[in-house]
Design a protein around this ligand. Structure first.
Ligand code: SAH
Length: 354
């Protein structure tokens, strides 16, 4: 059950249809109004109850007394020079703000949403973790990021086609809210988005992967691997001290066989850290024969760090080595670097410094 109460009122945005039905019957109205209410909330961009022109006034007054609609608020938007990438800063009721990215790809509109404000995983290459984690986001706040952009696209006759939960935060640390969000956007009365159009990216929280395996929602799973062995992984990702690389891959393999969904392993290429031929060999040994593909991401610059992106030739070599050895691999097309919207560049923004 949703329980975010704001200024003494309960947030209705993000409730499931059953929860809306309960709200409505508590207020003494007929339950069929739940469908109308869900349409207003999730399809018609409702911000204020009095705008519902097909509801009795008395019902609207009762709703207004006890409930609030918290959709977050866009503070600022940046758009890249090529117009393909936009980054939005979305602020919530307590002034916490997160970054959300829209990428207009040839295959459709993809958004990258945040699951936490900041992150406490401490990955050495990533900007999102530099100021630690402020708090988990609720399902409602993930929905707010999504519908804000979807409503914007609707004005152009378009919509959000795919969602990646790859913004700031570790989604499997905020498991219940993230799963609730994924179920909600899948519902017909919400966005009706297929589970195969949703990707959850994790640094490899094994208990979370195991839980997700049995959740019955076959979303795509991305694992941020970034190393071919435990030693290198420990150097750049503190979570490796908790979970062994081989166990992470095993958990992902079980996920793939339970859901039939191919795993994507994300692998940031960092010059002289994880990009040599020996690393490529190890990676092949780790992943060969699995229902998996490797997404190579040339490191994006983060000012606080001094690691380098390998040369284009070295990236090509690494990719071709994997391909020659029957491990599917692609190089991620980077978007939005000029507005610091690329992977690992999202930050916990201090609103006063804008
Ligand atoms: N916590 C989740 C989701 C957020 S990270 C996870 O770890 O997967 C989203 C993706 O961006 C991850 O693959 C992450 O490792 C990658 N990333 C982080 N910093 C980066 C950087 N500087 N350059 C390129 N990719 C980066």
């Amino acid at each position: 059950m949703i329980n975010d109460s704001i200024n003494g009122k309960i947030n209705i945005f993000g409730m499931t249809i059953d929860e809306l039905r309960n709200v409505i019957s508590d207020l003494g109205e007929s339950r069929f109004r739940a469908v109308q209410l869900s349409e207003w909330l999730y399809k018609r961009g409702l911000q204020f109850f009095p705008d519902m022109n097909n509801m009795p006034k008395s019902f609207i007054e009762k709703l207004d007394k006890k409930y609030t609609i918290q959709r977050g608020e866009k503070v600022v938007q940046f758009t890249s020079g090529d117009k393909k990438t936009s980054k939005f800063l979305i602020k919530f009721h307590d002034n916490v703000a997160v970054e959300t990215v829209l990428m207009r790809q040839s295959y459709g509109n993809s958004i990258c949403i945040s699951s936490q404000a900041g992150c406490n995983m401490g990955c050495a290459f990533c900007a999102s973790t530099i100021n630690g984690m402020e708090r988990n986001l609720t399902a409602s706040e993930m929905l707010a990021q999504t519908l804000y952009i979807n409503d914007l696209l609707k004005k152009e006759g378009e919509k959000v086609d795919t969602i990646v939960i790859m913004g700031s935060g570790e989604p499997l640390i905020n498991y219940d809210n993230v799963v609730r969000f994924m179920r909600l956007i899948h519902e017909d009365y919400c966005m009706k988005l297929g589970y195969r159009n949703i990707t959850l990216s994790t640094c490899g929280i094994i208990p979370g992967i195991e839980r997700l395996t049995h959740e019955g929602i076959p979303v795509n799973l991305s694992i941020s691997l970034h190393a071919s062995n435990q030693e290198v992984r420990k150097q750049i990702m503190p979570i490796a001290n908790k979970y062994d690389i081989n166990d992470v891959v095993k958990a992902a393999e079980i996920y793939a066989s339970a859901t039939g969904r191919r795993i994507t392993y994300e692998y940031i290429l960092i010059e002289n850290v994880n990009d040599t031929v020996d690393h490529a060999k190890e990676l092949v040994n780790l992943l060969r024969g699995q229902l998996a593909s490797v997404n190579l991401i040339p490191l994006n610059p983060v000012t606080e760090r001094d690691w380098k992106q390998p040369s284009a030739g070295r990236v090509e070599f690494f990719k071709n080595y994997l391909l020659k050895n029957n491990v599917t691999a692609t190089v991620r097309k980077e978007m939005g670097q000029d507005i610091k919207a690329a992977c690992g560049q999202l930050r916990n923004r201090n609103l006063t410094s804008l």
